[in-house]
Design a protein around this ligand. Structure first.
Ligand code: PBG
Ligand code: ZN
Length: 326
């Protein structure tokens, strides 16, 4: 048995060089995805009250913003749209000239090599704020599927590289894959929000896109935070239906889920460090209660240590500045 003083773990921690040598987890700009909010109008750059440092951009200001993102070495953006109007069936979600479709075209033109991921859901576009079609007081799964497929197809037609269904309806990956194949978009990837929990940590995001449900909540389609075995079933199902990449969301209260999914599947794994997780760090840092840079780098490293390959984070730009080789 190896015992003290033969074994002294502190020998390995003594100098900066030794610590770097034995470091087990690397955090790289190339693993980060930056979410972008796009709004109708011109010349708009509106800071989101609940997410300090994050803005809604009108399409005309996107080229400048995405050039900066690409220059920082961030390889991909995730788009969310705030439409000019909302209705019962979320019709602006799948309109060929909807806000996300316009944004995709503008970004592709400005920075062709930037990977464009689009969030596919109805909640930003429905008057009731739910992710699907409302029938009575329920969210109808199967009626929603066709609209999600149409939304994904319209994003692909605009030039999206990856579509990311976040609605949590059963069978959406299957219908999205089918419609893409039929239309000849064989190479458009699907990043599925496979294990997405009914989490309070999305609250600041809903304020950003005005998608808080007018009645009820999302617990009949998003997962119960108490469950992890169900996450494995959901991931398995999503991969079987054709997901190219899968996601666990949120991250900090779900590091065990990230680890379990990583240990059970070989599919690229994306973790979404969500709005509420971002807002907590910003609020504490603003008060001087913790060192912001250290907090952010510790959190992002922990998400990678848990097993994520890729992290979607509102911290991507600031992290990129700290991580870039100088
Ligand atoms: C749309 C969607 C949400 C988020 C990503 N896509 C909100 C929700 O499901 O209520 C949350 C993102 C975040 O909180 O940063 N369904
Ligand atoms: Zn939604």
């Amino acid at each position: 048995m190896t015992d003290f003083p033969k074994l002294r773990l502190r020998r390995l921690r003594r100098t900066e060089a030794l610590r770097a040598l034995i470091c087990e987890t690397s955090l790289e700009v190339g693993d980060l995805i930056y979410p972008l909010f796009v709004v109708e109008g011109r010349g708009l750059r509106q800071e989101i009250a609940s997410m300090s440092g994050i803005f809604r951009y009108s399409v005309d200001l996107l080229p400048q913003e995405v050039k900066e993102i690409a220059k920082l070495g961030i390889p991909a953006v995730l788009l969310f749209g705030i439409p000019e109007y909302k209705d019962e069936v979320g019709s602006r979600a799948y309109h060929p000239n909807g806000i996300v479709q316009q944004a995709v075209r503008a970004i592709k033109k400005a920075v062709p090599e930037l990977i464009i991921i689009t969030d596919v859901c109805l909640c930003e576009y429905t008057s009731h704020g739910h992710c699907g079609i409302v029938v009575g007081d329920e969210i109808d799964n199967d009626q929603t599927l066709l609209l999600l497929a149409k939304t994904a197809l319209s994003h692909a037609e605009a030039g999206a590289d990856i579509v990311a269904p976040s609605d949590m309806m059963d069978g959406r990956v299957k219908v999205v894959r089918e419609i893409l194949e039929e239309a000849g978009f064989h190479n458009t990837l699907i990043l599925s929000y496979a294990a997405k929990y009914a989490s309070v940590f999305f609250d600041p995001f809903r304020n950003a896109v005005e998608s808080t449900p007018r009645f009820g909540d999302r617990r009949s389609y998003q997962m119960n935070p108490a469950n992890w075995r169900e996450a494995l079933r959901a991931v398995k199902q999503n991969i079987a239906e054709g997901a190219d990449m899968i996601m666990v969301k949120p991250t900090l209260a779900y590091l065990d889920v990230i680890r379990t999914v990583r240990d059970n599947f070989n599919c690229p794994l994306v973790a979404y460090n969500v709005s509420g997780e971002y807002a907590m760090v910003k609020a504490a840092a603003k008060h001087g209660w913790l060192d912001e840079r250290q907090a952010i780098l510790e959190i992002l490293t922990a998400i990678k240590r848990a097993g994520a390959d890729i992290i979607i984070t509102y911290h991507a730009k600031e992290a990129a500045r700290w991580l870039l080789p100088r």
